[in-house]
Design a protein around this ligand. Structure first.
Ligand SMILES: Nc1nc2c(c(=O)[nH]1)N[C@H]1C(S)=C(S)[C@@H](COP(=O)(O)OP(=O)(O)OC[C@H]3O[C@@H](n4cnc5c(=O)[nH]c(N)nc54)[C@H](O)[C@@H]3O)O[C@H]1N2
Ligand SMILES: Nc1nc2c(c(=O)[nH]1)N[C@H]1C(S)=C(S)[C@@H](COP(=O)(O)OP(=O)(O)OC[C@H]3O[C@@H](n4cnc5c(=O)[nH]c(N)nc54)[C@H](O)[C@@H]3O)O[C@H]1N2
Ligand code: SF4
Ligand SMILES: [Mo]
Length: 687
């Protein structure tokens, strides 16, 4: 018997990007364990990924290409060879290109894997060469990314371990116990050493349960809360005018805005007591180092951009940027930007085609996008019918008889159900990739541990086949994954010292490798890579910012009307978006799809714990199990994202839905941001 151990990387959309080691016996993966040497993973994996082999060897894995027979969504399939599948796709696309042009083809991909090859390169090169519509990738954190980059110049973030220096941590609209678990040991150690932890979240999350102080504002009002804090800090002269004069621009304009945000008004907007706003402002301004830690759930609303830009101003006000244990912790993505020319080969492609915002998929398919309208959709590494907003409209779009849909997937997901052709995808154990992280600064190579199951192929292999089928012979569409990695590493090293010396050969040798980062903690040299070299508290060209008028805070979408409730749909503890949400052991732990409701809101609707309820609004309706709990503030209901409607236990009631049948597909105030959390719903007991 031959046994070997193979280093791999968790591909999921999670800032921790853990290292794991797979034991392979006679070609079969028999054990998957955390890499005990990985500085972030530290020998343990989260509850979601511990049973990863159940995911890899799930009996429902797709193993060969298939073609729809019968009606769309009818569940009838016929097996195809890869050659037949490619032939059919190329034939359909040639026809579409001849009549409508290549921009009638829309590739839709997102976060199934975060790898350099299987995500970034597979979603750009070929599609640019084809001239397909460009997908605006704004479903997750585009407003925060834009606001942080405009204010600070780059997404740079302290190491998890730096929290050991913090005396105060404000975890703002972020739930790291579920969504960044390897931050937690550092946080609890700091807390044991006397660091105060404040969590700001409309619900008492797993993270809030461990905090010293939990503050629960109305959703979507955090920008006003930040400006209210700033108003108190300045009124009480707790700010750092010299720091601001030296290291910030836009301070006079920012200060002028604060007159609109006295605690009395902010209390009315946020639903918090005035004293809470004043106390929080004082504690923040008088404790140092003080870290504000955010992620993306906080900004998935109509004013996400304004919110994050107001929050980014606070560490400038108090001179916290550049202090170890202070400043803003958001994302480490800015330490390593891959060389764009090597990534995309854009200069060798036709001019980029028009853009389509992924949050508007349903509307796009149903007529919002014309000249040409979308005639073919190619989905990979994404499950839009389960994970994208206003899913009912997406379902309608996917049923259009004139839409040719191809889905490259590991499973027959909600989206794959409506495909014309389904292609089987490899799991992370069956493919090669390179992973940087957005929560830390280690780079790691994912070795394939086992041969592809059945006829499964990786995203990049399929791109090569599609390129051949379409007659594209550019060598950069036909490299191996290793060749892609080597090319991009070499090109990037020329202008980014972070990867200096990190060659493919070196990366292939066991585990994670640290990037060469000289400026730590971020901004310790007070250089901010903005146009001015300073923190920019400005109105960003044509976009919302902390200097915009907060007219929208005047109680529109943020606050429920008397009968409606604001719906929050953040991360489920046991899934990553809809990935893994078909795995029996994880489904058992997460339970029947549920919605949490405050006892007062439940009582006034005659809803008892465990009742089946109908949640509805103008976009759609969905059946869920009610969980009556005081862990959320009145006026707000919570139902975690990720459920597959094709596994809906209420399906026999004609449901076959998930919560995204109700969520908003409006765009936010910055960077085309999704607005899942700007959703109002009504709830009644199902009879
Ligand atoms: N277990 C698990 N981990 C995940 C994921 C998952 O699905 N499951 N998803 C991954 C992905 S794709 C991402 S982007 C990250 C997201 O990571 P997080 O941002 O930490 O996760 P979310 O649950 O989306 O949002 C965090 C919190 O924001 C709160 N919130 C929502 N609106 C508001 C608001 O207006 N104000 C305030 N103060 N709080 C608000 C929600 O109640 C929620 O508890 O997590 C990643 N990790
Ligand atoms: N209601 C609500 N919905 C949300 C959110 C919310 O807060 N509320 N959050 C949003 C956020 S933050 C995000 S990031 C999105 C995520 O949305 P998506 O990016 O659509 O992520 P998933 O739903 O996990 O679907 C990923 C799919 O990729 C497949 N996959 C995995 N690896 C591979 C691979 O190597 N190749 C191929 N071809 N397929 C692969 C998986 O099987 C899975 O079906 O969801 C969003 N949805
Ligand atoms: S989901 Fe996150 S915490 Fe879990 S194994 Fe993957 S990277 Fe680590
Ligand atoms: Mo996300």
């Amino acid at each position: 018997m031959k046994t070997r151990q193979v280093y791999g990387v968790c591909p999921h959309d999670c800032p921790d990007t853990c290292g794991f080691i797979t034991t392979v016996k006679d070609g079969r993966a028999v054990q998957l364990e955390a890499d005990s040497q990985h500085p972030i993973t530290q020998g343990w994996l989260c509850a979601k990924v511990r049973p990863y082999l159940e995911h890899v060897y799930h009996p429902d894995r797709l193993r060969y290409p298939m073609k729809r027979v019968g009606a769309k969504g009818g569940g009838q399939w016929a097996r195809l060879s890869w050659a037949e599948a490619m032939g059919e796709i190329a034939q359909q696309w040639q026809k579409i290109i001849a009549t409508d042009g290549a921009s009638a083809i829309l590739p839709y991909s997102y976060s199934g894997t975060l790898g350099l090859v299987q995500m970034s390169v597979a979603s750009s090169r070929f599609w640019n060469r084809l001239g397909a519509s460009q997908l605006v990738r704004a479903i997750c954190g585009s407003a925060a990314e834009a606001a942080v980059e405009a204010t600070l110049g780059a997404r740079l973030s302290p190491a998890y371990a730096d929290v050991a220096y913090s005396r105060l941590v404000i975890i703002w609209g972020h739930n790291p116990v579920s969504t960044a678990p390897h931050f937690l040991p550092h946080l609890t150690a700091a807390q044991r050493d006397g660091c105060q932890v404040v969590v700001i979240d409309p619900r008492r999350t797993r993270t809030a349960r461990g905090a010293d102080w939990h503050i629960a504002p109305l959703p979507g009002t955090d920008g006003a809360l930040a400006l209210g804090m700033a108003q108190v800090i300045v009124a009480e002269k707790l700010h750092q005018p010299e720091w601001l004069a030296r290291h910030a621009v836009g301070w006079p304009q920012f200060q002028a805005r604060l007159a609109d945000f006295p605690p009395s008004r902010v209390a009315a907007i946020t639903g918090l007591k005035e004293q809470v706003i004043v106390d929080l402002a004082r504690q923040y301004a008088t404790t140092s180092p003080a870290m504000i830690k955010i992620a993306d759930g906080l900004q998935r609303n109509l004013h996400g951009g304004q919110t994050i830009s107001a929050i980014c101003a606070l560490p400038a006000l108090t001179g916290q940027y550049g202090l170890r244990g202070g400043g803003l912790a958001y994302s480490t993505s800015g330490y390593l930007k891959w060389d764009k020319a090597a990534l995309h080969h854009g200069a060798e492609c036709p001019p980029l085609a028009r853009t389509v915002n992924m949050n508007r998929l349903g509307a796009t398919l149903m007529g919002e996008v014309t000249n040409p309208s979308i005639k073919s959709l190619y989905v990979f590494g994404a499950n839009p019918l389960a994970s994208s907003p206003n899913a009912g409209l997406i379902a309608q779009g996917l049923q259009r008889p004139d839409l040719f849909t191809v889905v490259h997937e590991l499973f027959l997901t909600d989206t794959a159900d409506y495909a014309d052709i389904v292609l089987p995808a490899t799991s992370q154990l069956e493919q090669t990739d390179l992973h940087k992280a957005y929560g830390h600064t280690y780079l790691a190579y994912n070795q394939p541990a086992i041969a592809p199951l059945g006829e499964c192929k990786s995203n990049w292999e399929v791109i090569g086949l599609l390129a051949t089928a379409m007659g594209f012979d550019e060598p950069w569409l036909h490299q191996t994954a290793d060749e892609v990695i080597a090319e991009i590493l070499t090109a990037t090293a020329i202008h980014n010292s972070a990867v200096e010396g990190l060659t493919l050969d070196k990366l292939k040798v066991e585990g994670a490798h640290p990037l060469n980062i000289v400026v730590q903690p971020p901004f310790v040299d007070f250089y901010f890579p903005t146009p001015s070299g300073k923190v920019e508290l400005q109105t960003f060209a044509g976009q919302a910012s902390c200097l915009s008028k907060y007219d929208r805070y005047d109680r529109q979408d943020a606050c429920p009307t008397e009968a409606s409730l604001t719906l929050l749909t953040g991360a489920a503890h046991h899934f990553v978006s809809s990935s893994l949400a078909n795995q029996a052991s994880l489904l058992a732990r997460e339970g029947v799809p549920f919605i949490e409701i405050h006892p007062a809101d439940a009582a006034s609707r005659y809803i008892a714990d465990d009742d089946t309820v109908i949640v509805e609004n103008e976009r759609g309706a969905c059946r869920l199990r009610a969980v009556v709990t005081d862990t959320i503030r009145p006026g707000v209901v919570v139902s975690p994202k990720g459920r597959w409607s094709n596994l809906d236990p209420f399906a026999e009631k004609g449901n076959r839905r998930n919560i995204n049948w109700l969520t908003s597909d409006a765009l936010g105030d910055m960077a085309g941001q999704s607005t899942f959390h700007s959703t109002q719903v009504w709830i009644r007991k199902a009879i």
